[in-house]
Design a protein around this ligand. Sequence first.
Ligand code: PA5
Length: 447
Amino acid sequence: TAIQFDSHGVKTFIKEHEYEELKPQLAMAQKLLFEKKGAGSDYTDWVNWASNFDQQELQEIQRLAKKVQQQSKVLVVIGIGGSYLGAKMALDFMKSPWYNDLLEDGQTKIYFAGNNLSAMALQQLLRVIGDQDFSVNVISKSGQTTEAALSFRFFKQALEERYGREGAVDRIIATTDQKKGTLREEADTAGYETLVVPDGIGGRFSVLTAVGLLPMAVAGIDIEKVLAGAAAGEENYRSANFSSNAALQYAASRRILYDKGYTTEILASWEPSLQYFAEWWKQLMGESEGKNLKGIYPSSANYSTDLHSFGQYIQEGRRDLFETVVRVDEVASDLDVPKTPENSDGLAYLEGKTLDQVNQTAADGVAIAHIDGGVPNLAVRIAKQDERTLGELIYFFEMSVAISAYLFGINPFNQPGVEAYKTAMFALLEKPGYESESQLYKERLKN
Ligand code: PA5
């Protein structure tokens, strides 16, 4: 497998018999998932999605990716939540957070929009695009998410101003439900190119559908290899054998720690290119597990950056934290620490080492310090950041959170709590249908 789950850092926090006691429940949770008998089972098609990936769909994604590459210098990917974070995470993981600045001439830049309601951000992005040719991939499973739909309106206007109505239509790809939703209706009426978000896969589990795969393909990521990695994940994490199934071990460790009062999990990494992996993970974990007044609060840290900000809290603050560190064993390219005759910076002791050796050693040291400070430390080790590993990592965390939620007796695949903010926002914005709440919410703003 591409992933090694390392639980040495919880040895002083979890006893072996605690894992033993959880095994029957884990087996039950896993059975519910695979037999599609658990809560929300209509949304479990991701479980064997990659290994059954439709070849025609793959070709269509690749055709559209090529079209965008030939047509435009910039692709604007519009979407929020599960319709945003997977593609952004994959781009950073496989390419770079500075992807757009490192491209060769002629390659297509990718920017993300529709993941906020900020007027400033939108105007700035339009300025960044300037007079470069651009295309839009608007992604929304429901087809009616306000942030994405509103942002799309602005970019449609910009496209029409630049290319005329027909030219604009030719530069839009809508990734949405096969049959329903406002975006689907608009796409069919206008004649946009479309890709489908499958019925049986929810937003935060959709990165390996057209939702994540089209932006990845535009960036030149080998999506067949990513899918192959996820298919390998299916093989590896299907097993009911606890000792060989890292996804079960991770789910069990989290649950035991939660029961001991460690209710916040920090997903940490030592590579800036994994920052958005944690953002994707936070949605996956938080939206799947945080309901019915239960669940582990997902947070993230970027090391060593954050050791100089809230590292103090991690070391000595309230003891309800545990860490899961994604460790990359081999960096794509390393650097020797430069040798200088003067040693004016006092760093001569690092000469002969590489920068990554310093980074890895810092990670080892921090793990020891945090464990000593009372922070249980789990590690998910990957050999390298390649397509196969990315696919397997995605599958590993998706499987783990589904099992974790079933252990809590929670439906991992819905998100009823997301509606609360929408109701208040729509009422205040006087959206038709919210008339009765409108007055009520406006009164509350006054007090
Ligand atoms: O996981 C989910 O289902 C949500 O976070 C959605 O991804 C998010 O709300 C965006 O929804 P949509 O794709 O319908 O615009």
